[in-house]
Design a protein. Sequence first.
Length: 324
Amino acid sequence: MSSKHPRVVEIVERVRIDVIGGAADTAKEIVRAIKSLAQDSLAETPEQLAGEVEEAVIDILRVMPTLAPPLNALHRVMGQMEIASEAGASVKELQETIIQAVDTFLDWSAHSIERVAVYGAELIKNGDVIFTYSMSSSVWKVFSLAKSHGKSFEVIVTESRPANEGMWTVDEMLKIDIPVSVSIDACIGDLVAGADLVFVGADAISSHGFSLCKVGTYPAALVAKAHGVPFYIAADTLKFDTTSLLGLAPKIDPIHRHEVIGEKYPQDVRVVGRIFDQTPPSLVDAIITEIGLLHPTACVMVMWNMKLSERLKNLLPAFTKGTL
């Protein structure tokens, strides 16, 4: 079978139209699709199976912005596939290796988010007003655990245009009975200045300590710094962008015309800007990871020890330039 496996076709479309949610959830869906491909493959040789996996990965990368979790998840799965291939694995053994690699990753991911929540919840005190931005399953876990520990606090979030992911956070806070208020992004200056803490998620942390987050995070961090409000990013090490070790710039999608003005104005009225911005390490108090709180510039030490897939590394230059 080729990369046109139904689960791969489905995940390509879901990534393309951006309906999955956070980067960690995207990683999980992608590797589950690779697992289904491996399980159902009719490949006659190990090389053919590895080629099918690579073809599927190329299809996914063509529609995906730079999201560290999916890339790191693929590094883990493809890296194990390469080790097995080099050891002379049969087709069946290679299938089992891929399936096991996916299952191991999913178990690790669930555990790592729980550890992030433990460290993050310790930072919250009774009576805190916490500003957050956009949506992040890691941040939600922090809030949920703090709530389960009996802490009383409130959350403020803004829309996070375009796409209004901040409203997803409103829904999640209502589910776990945490007081939540919502506002427009233009009120970030006042709202962050009046908060006790800021918690946000990230899509990627680079080797030089910059955090790639939903556009609007950088202004929130600037306001927090100006007013002495602690600014934390909840992100397990899956969010560490190993492509930055290769000197590759992130692939960031532009804000689309239909998300701002639709067809109301002529084409010479351009829509500018990108859907992610980059927050410098000087504005971040700590990255809350499953191994503890790290300064952004310390994250590179963890990246140095992360195993990278050679097949995926070879695809990344074209991926980041949009020429794959």
